[in-house]
Design a protein around this ligand. Sequence first.
Ligand code: ADP
Ligand code: MG
Length: 247
Amino acid sequence: MSLEIELRSVTKRFGGNAALDGVDLHVPAGQIHAVIGPNGAGKSTLFGAVAGELPLDTGTVLLDGRDVTGASPQRRVRLGIGRAFQVARLFPTLSVRDNIVAAVLSRQGKSLVFWSARAVRAARVEAEHLLDELRLGDLTTRLAGSLSQGDRKRLEIAMVLALSSRVLLLDEPTAGMSPEETEATVHLVRQLWAERELTVLITEHDMDVVFGLAQAVTVMYRGSVLCTGDPETVRARPDVADVYLGG
Ligand code: ADP
Ligand code: MG
């Protein structure tokens, strides 16, 4: 149940600086699409535009052809946009399982005060399933704040999935990970993509990750799209190498 994402002429300025400057992006439903480019290129701002975290200066955001430009982040979550942040946002003093339970209950729009015992029981069952799927089952009772970088990211992805996401937005998911954790994360993303028919939008520094995972790559530079294409074509372009050499 994946979702198509489209941005048309999206501009976002911070003061005089255009973090996004007329960006067009098309991610077909069910694609793994990587956004790459040097620091400050606008990748995280682009994710913010998809997730609805920033008011745009100009442009349009479409999900499955529906104009959501003015829609709140909460509304977009309900439409299936799942955002995993560059720095994981978890409840560090809750257990791994209770983090997922909180995400499930928030999806159901249940207020903290009015959770029924039955709703919590059902959410716990769902949480256990998700934890098994993401191979976090051994860590159920651990405090989220005590997890390794790799396990934190797994938990964060589990929380996004607990929101019934149809799109996974992953902003540098392997930052700070060991090679083993990076490999496990790549494997997990591919597994979830295949099993759950997700659309995946990912930014990455690690080019092995990008070219091992993505079906299409968009290169950003100074707020603009330099090019979009299949990984091999993008990799072979001399102007892409120039951008990374500080051109
Ligand atoms: P990337 O993720 O590719 O490293 P960002 O999207 O974070 O790039 O940033 C793009 C540009 O926008 C940078 O010049 C950055 O300094 C600027 N920028 C991003 N967020 C803000 C903000 N909240 N306030 C001011 N400037 C910002
Ligand atoms: Mg960033």
